[in-house]
Design a protein around this ligand. Structure first.
Ligand SMILES: *Cc1c(COP(=O)(O)O)cnc(C)c1O
Length: 671
């Protein structure tokens, strides 16, 4: 006997069947090589095309579909392997289905008894993931949060409340800074700051993260009432990874001021470059100074599924007090899925629970009690189902596929000498850090490891480069010491004096006077130029023998000559290096001009690529002295060779098309 469907079931059946066809078709479209992933419209245009008004009379099941079809048309098809704009990309089929399950059940994971299965899935998947990171205890596990920023925020507040439980109740009243007290006393005042501050066990709380860390740490400080000034930016090495000795130095400085360092954030996979801060040495420092060690692995944390990588990139993860990981980025679970893992999950209710006993009746599986919220989406379910579906090895294979795409893309770019150097890779650091001597920039996935690896290559799935217009000359933009050390000029002076390059220092001195060019970058550029100029006169002459202050014109000429020589000497075996990173613009004004021009070029190409709708890539800035550069994220494992080949063509085509529209400043013109 056929059971008559209830009204809602009938309606759902109609909607979901129609939607299923649309979605399957949408997924199919995303893989067509001539298909578009966006029909991009500016907001006012889109307002004209679509109807965003809200009616008094509902449109009903039939009437809703025109809106849905238009949404599919004008929103971005992130299922496309050509969506390379962001760290997240389209979901996987099981990701969509898991989301459908969540939508279908509409369960709330604050208390166990309204979502028993979802709750246990969250408990089990966070426990399993925590174990992968090496968290040992029986109570290792975590919570899902609405995004990486929210996970970082929960980490900071949990840390603060765990270390200083009184703040939860009394509010935040730090002891006044030592220096202020001393000054007041010297002036004969007997300051009184109120009972809370007088009896405070802590000074002004300060947290540490690298200057390449994510801004959510600062947001967390805003929310926690600590203030952004108290998130201390730790300098990075030339490749964007935190320098532990700098971390310790800054901690000591703050202690001397009477402040209380309490939280260290280590980024595993920075947002722009994908750099990994070294966890282990930071963990030692955290222990020494009684700080909470948090690892922000929002982006790079998922490399835990690739043991070969994790062994080095995530070395020391087992020492973290808390760790954020976003499966919605590298594992293609649907947005959002972010987890905060800890060594002992009982810390969450201890640090954050209030006495909301109308909701929480003492069941330890009531996960909501440990959060800063109330009702919560069961996002962990998506990782649970995805993990069951693909297995740990399946996830590993997917990430490895993306890593091999990075290799392949770099090979493609390197072909024909980076298309006659139209494509200029973002280079950071100096030749001293370059430990391979072939002139093809190819990253070896198996070689991505701290120490032995070539740090001039991408650490993860981001590829950064510029397009160089044909009639311009190649400009060496390195100046990374400056970028990473912007905030500590004194430190930079030290680097300057310790540079052990044997040459006329007048060039460095002028660089030191120039606000936009660092001595360290000059030192490296000088070595490049000298090798090349010596190449043109006496092949095989050791680098760094006869370097003197060139005038701008002679240096330019030398470089041009070197470029010419490079092409003829690449086949000989006499050269120490055949790399040409271009001319250094030492004049600050010229450098500014060049930077502004390059930024216009990059933005024009970016706009054109987006308007054409075949690819989506983004650009990013890095420090004050580099022009913005393209950042392509090869995250979707669905990216095919064809997509990579066509991406190179797309960049070159759009580059050719816009280059003439942006006049080249004199200092950047080819001779
Ligand atoms: C993406 C990212 C975040 C923020 O994650 P959301 O889920 O977007 O809030 C935090 N830290 C790092 C390093 C990231 O890359």
């Amino acid at each position: 006997m056929k059971v008559e469907l209830c009204e809602d079931a009938q309606e759902l059946n109609f909607l979901i069947t129609r939607m299923k066809d649309l979605l399957v078709d949408y997924m199919q479209q995303s893989r067509q090589s001539d298909g578009l992933l966006v029909d991009y419209k500016e907001p006012d245009e889109l307002e004209r095309i679509m109807d965003f008004s809200l009616p008094d009379q509902g449109v009903g099941p039939e009437g809703i579909f025109p809106t849905i079809t238009q949404t599919l048309q004008y929103n971005v098809n992130t299922f496309s392997p050509r969506f390379m704009d962001k760290l997240y990309a389209g979901s996987s089929p099981i990701g969509v289905m898991a989301e459908l399950l969540l939508a279908g059940l509409n369960g709330n994971s604050h208390v166990y008894h309204v979502s028993p299965v979802f709750t246990l899935m969250e408990v089990h998947v966070t426990r399993a993931l925590a174990k992968l990171f090496g968290f040992q205890g029986d109570r290792a596990g975590g919570l899902s949060c609405p995004g990486g920023s929210a996970s970082n925020q929960l980490a900071m507040i949990t840390a603060r409340n765990a270390l200083f439980p009184e703040i939860k109740r009394h509010g935040y009243f730090p002891r006044p800074p030592t220096k202020l007290l001393q000054e007041l006393e010297r002036e004969g005042y007997r300051p009184y700051f109120g009972p809370a501050a007088e009896s405070s066990t802590y000074g002004k709380l300060v947290a540490f993260t690298s200057i390449a860390g994510h801004y959510s740490l600062e947001k967390s400080a805003v929310i926690a009432g600590l203030g952004t000034e108290n998130i201390v930016g730790v300098p990075c090495d030339s490749f964007g990874a935190l320098v532990p000795s700098e971390l310790e130095r800054l901690i000591q400085e703050h202690i001397a001021l009477g402040h209380t360092p309490f939280f260290i954030n280590v980024t595993a996979g920075t947002t722009v470059l994908g750099a990994f801060d070294p966890i282990r040495p930071c963990a030692e420092i955290a222990k020494k100074y009684n700080c909470w060690l948090h690892v922000d692995g929002s982006w790079g944390g998922c490399t835990i599924f690739v043991p070969e990588l994790a062994k080095t990139l995530l070395d020391g993860s087992e020492l973290a007090d808390s760790l954020t990981v976003n499966p919605h980025k590298m594992l293609q679970t649907s947005l959002q899925c972010s987890l905060l893992l800890v060594q002992d999950t009982s810390i969450f209710p201890r640090a954050n629970a209030l006495k909301a006993n109308y909701l929480f009746h003492g069941q330890t599986h009531d996960l909501g009690d440990g959060t800063l919220g109330c009702g919560r989406r069961s996002d962990a379910v998506k990782l649970f189902l995805g993990w069951r579906y693909y297995g740990k090895l399946g996830y590993q294979a997917r990430i490895e596929k993306s890593l091999s795409n990075v290799n392949r893309f770099l090979e493609l770019l390197a072909q024909d000498d980076f298309r006659g150097q139209r494509i200029q890779m973002l280079r950071l650091g100096s030749d001293d850090d370059d430990d391979d001597d072939d002139d093809v920039d190819v990253v070896d996935v198996n070689d991505v490891r701290r120490g032995g690896r070539d740090k001039t290559k991408p650490s993860l799935l981001q590829i950064c480069f510029w397009y160089r217009p044909r009639a311009s000359r190649l400009i060496d933009w390195r100046g990374t010491e400056q970028i990473w050390r912007e905030e500590s000029v004194e430190q930079q002076q030290e680097t300057l004096s310790s540079t052990t390059v044997d040459h006329d220092t007048s060039l460095e001195k002028s660089a030191a006077l120039s606000p936009s060019l660092s001595a360290a970058s000059l030192a490296s550029s000088v070595s490049v130029q000298s090798s090349e100029s010596s190449m043109s006169s006496a092949p095989g002459t050791p680098i760094l023998t006869t370097i003197s202050m060139h005038s701008k014109a002679t240096r330019a000429a030398t470089t041009e000559a070197a470029t010419a020589t490079t092409t003829t000497t690449t086949t000989t075996t006499t050269t120490t290096t055949t790399r040409d990173y271009g001319v250094i613009l030492t004049d600050p004004q010229e450098r500014e001009e060049a930077k502004a021009w390059m930024e216009r070029v990059t933005k024009a190409i970016h706009a054109r690529i987006r308007a054409r709708g075949k690819f989506m890539i983004d650009y990013a800035p890095l420090g004050a002295c580099l022009p913005i550069f393209f950042r392509v994220v090869l995250n979707p494992p669905t990216i095919r060779e064809l997509d990579l080949v066509q991406l190179v063509e797309e960049i070159l085509e759009c580059g050719e098309a816009v280059a003439d529209m942006v006049p080249i400043p004199k200092c950047c013109r080819a001779f």
